[in-house]
Design a protein around this ligand. Sequence first.
Ligand SMILES: Cc1cc2nc3c(=O)[nH]c(=O)nc-3n(C[C@H](O)[C@H](O)[C@H](O)COP(=O)(O)OP(=O)(O)OC[C@H]3O[C@@H](n4cnc5c(N)ncnc54)[C@H](O)[C@@H]3O)c2cc1C
Length: 490
Amino acid sequence: MNRSVIVIGAGIGGLSAGCFARINGIGTKVFEMGTGPGGLCTAWKRNGYVFDGSIHHLAGTEEGSAPNDLWKALGAFPADVVYSDELVTIKDAEGRSLRVFFDADLLTQELKRIAPEDGQMIDAYVDFSREFEHLDFTEMGFWKWSDWPSRLVKMIRVVKRGGASMSEYAKRFHNPVLRRFFPTFQYNWTDIPVIAHLVIFAGCRQKRYGWYPGGSLAFSSAIARRLTALGGEIHYRSEVEKILVKGGRAVGVRLKSGESHYADAVISNATEYATMVKFLDGQYMDETQKAWFDHPVDAMRMGLNLSFGVNRDLSAEPPSLTLFAERPFEIAGVWRDCVTVQNHSFDPSMAPKGKSSLKVHYDTHYSYWEQLANHPERYREEKERIASTTLDQLEAFYPGIRGEIEAIDVATPLTTERFTGNGRGYGDPSVMNSKQMLRSMLHKPLAVSGLRSCYLIGQSVGGAGILGCASMGRNAVKALCKERGWKYQR
Ligand SMILES: Cc1cc2nc3c(=O)[nH]c(=O)nc-3n(C[C@H](O)[C@H](O)[C@H](O)COP(=O)(O)OP(=O)(O)OC[C@H]3O[C@@H](n4cnc5c(N)ncnc54)[C@H](O)[C@@H]3O)c2cc1C
């Protein structure tokens, strides 16, 4: 029996769905509008420097774990994952510095060095972090039935204990420096629950998260190679415009070029908005989707990414830095007090020898850039101004750096949208209802109600990070096999 599926988009979710379809003997064609694999999980080159668009922490690096098995099945796991000793080093303009070590004892010492009066609270925080060493909510989709009872009890306990946001939690410390630094520990996301921080933090301590050598594009390219080795086809520069429907079932796609392609099912890794509104003409939307699409989230975490190629060896510097400025500065209409820097010089493939690739990201608002885009000259000037303001901040900590810059790239939310289709409000868990949140945590694809053989996967439907999206891709194939009565092998 010939069985076939069309996958829209070669993001991590789409590549994973394609691989698992092939593993299960299903003929697979992936149509990707861009020129390469990865979607958001990508990188680009400028003047010999590699600028990375995604991975800070790749989940699933623990040998022998179910997530690691998934990566191995996808051909994306090397032996030489890079692990850091610390989450971030925070510095301020007065010369104070704090290293947020993963190791619990080193961390305790370091926090007590900076805030001796907060000994008890520091012990409580470090002790709380230990609770997450064997409890990772983001891996719920991999839990076995036998894991659930004990982990659920643990989960309820930690949620009760740690509902506070990073900013709220910081108020429990008395020391003014720690109160200022603490909210920025996790990517400077001051409003996330402290438990969301601790899941990643303790996971890094346990080496469940790491850095893939070569970064995001090397990672997604490895999966794309596996897909083609398994006999799947990836068609780049092939933008999908419509999902074709017959007898209440998705039966294919029509490309922008006018070509039509047919299969037994369609899995879409494009956004929920694009799939429901554009590809399916809004015919299958439910009330939640309608409300969501009418009022999309404007705030975009890490929506503004600046990359700098620096003619200086910064490999002795920490991989991640938060630098508090002497005085507030304005970026994209918002006053900021610090910059967060990813220093990729620990990976020699990211820059020419003796040089360094840096990334600075800011949260931003889609509408700010959307309005600017009406005035192309102002849009371009704003990008230049933001790069210059950011360099002023870096200059305060690394004197002379401005003169060593050899490449600059500023990617706004509109840049990301142009290259990956992910626009306003993509995948923001803060606006999910409880049903969506549960589906997201279990890595379940979204089935289109009223339409058979059509599944949505990826970040915009709740795929949490790279691992969540890949797992959702696999689960879409599983759901499809179940629906069609096809044997699912893995
Ligand atoms: C700055 C940043 C840092 C991040 N850091 C991390 C991290 O440290 N760890 C982590 O786990 N995750 C991280 N993420 C998140 C992670 O990168 C994403 O969640 C994940 O890559 C999304 O995958 P996806 O399956 O949703 O596919 P997407 O990346 O959304 O890709 C969708 C693909 O579909 C294609 N497409 C869209 N429309 C069409 C169409 N009409 N026709 C054909 N093709 C189409 C797009 O071109 C794209 O290639 C980060 C994200 C960002 C932006």
